[in-house]
Design a protein around this ligand. Sequence first.
Ligand code: GAL
Length: 436
Amino acid sequence: MAVGDSRRGALGRGGLLALVAAVLAWACPAGALENGLARTPPMGWLHWERFLCQTDCSQDPRRCISEKLFMQMADLMVSEGWRDVGYQYLCIDDCWMAPSRDEKGRLQPDPKRFPSGIAKLADYIHSKGLKLGIYADVGNKTCAGFPGSYGYYELDAQTFASWGVDLLKFDGCYCDTVDLLAEGYKTMSRALNKTGRSIVYSCEWPLYQKLMQKPNYTEIKQFCNYWRNFADIYDAWNSIRNVLDWTTLHQDNLTDVAGPGGWNDPDMLVIGNFGLSWDQQVTQMALWAMMAAPLLMSNDLRHISSASKALLQNKEVIAINQDPLGKQGYQITKDNNFELWERPLSGGAYAIAIVNRQEIGGPQTYKFSLTFLGNGLACNPACSIQQILPTSRNLGLHNWVSFLKVLVNPTGTVLLKSVVIEEKRVVGGTHALGIS
Ligand code: GAL
């Protein structure tokens, strides 16, 4: 009797099915794309918001989408300390391709702008200790009109793997039906896995699905490492505000699904560009950390103020974003123009953000009770509180009936971290703090 037969005899048909189910459940636990990647939100740089689709290098050699641009950014990511604080993925967006596939049907880069080819660029980027991201589209064309992957999913996945690509942003333009969209995103996910190369998979599935029907986040999380839900970000407070409002409105669905291996993507960080005031940049950084969002900067690392750079490289904020518990934060209350957000962190700590949404006047004070944070557990019986943004300072020890008072600039945010303390080494009663 063959080994397989004897097992079948011992277990019976039901037993065998149960065993198969148990093995499958172990190998691919329900709920998440378990490709071992994106255990914390991916960090890096993505060209789109800042550089868009300039393909004319003779007219604009410093800003056109070319291998030179990515090599310069790679150099700066190392020399200016970006890589060392965690920004690892250097990502190409739309407009890298030649207008048609090669004679074997493979995608190819524009020969003038990427004369060395993507594999060579990947080698360069890898030699710097960075990873390379690339862009393609589930439909017939990319959003900017370059060749789409529809009908070529397997081939494109293999091409990207053979080039040494580490992340794929898969857009959803030119895909006619919700079924084709879903099938396309799933097929590409399987095709990437089949290559055997570790390739982070970034989807825009829910954003495009939303136009036709309600996204099924449980399904999306089984196939994607992170996913865009909302319209493209742009370099203005209005855009940041829209992302935050939409996220708050849908936060019950969104926070439930996020976690190690799968994240909601509120789109790129536009810090260091032209449109946000200092306080608005602080708000974007603080809230992207609260939302456990991928931190993909889209700015020009050759021209960035030291203040924006320090904000983007702030290790305490990055540590909140990258917290290993992987729980997405949420708004707990809106009180006139103030929003109070919390995010549970590992070790019983909490990140707390107070956003002042008022767009007129000067700084305003917000006073809130620590009693209700973390369902009553964040500061129970006591906690130490550190202010992280806009400046770092120790706010001392508090107990669970303490009140905190913070002063927040219009459209700005105060970001705090509380760490629970067991023994009552605390100044008792109501404890007011002024924060400037
Ligand atoms: C959009 C996408 C943007 C950018 C652009 C490129 O659909 O949301 O992030 O990738 O296409 O054409």
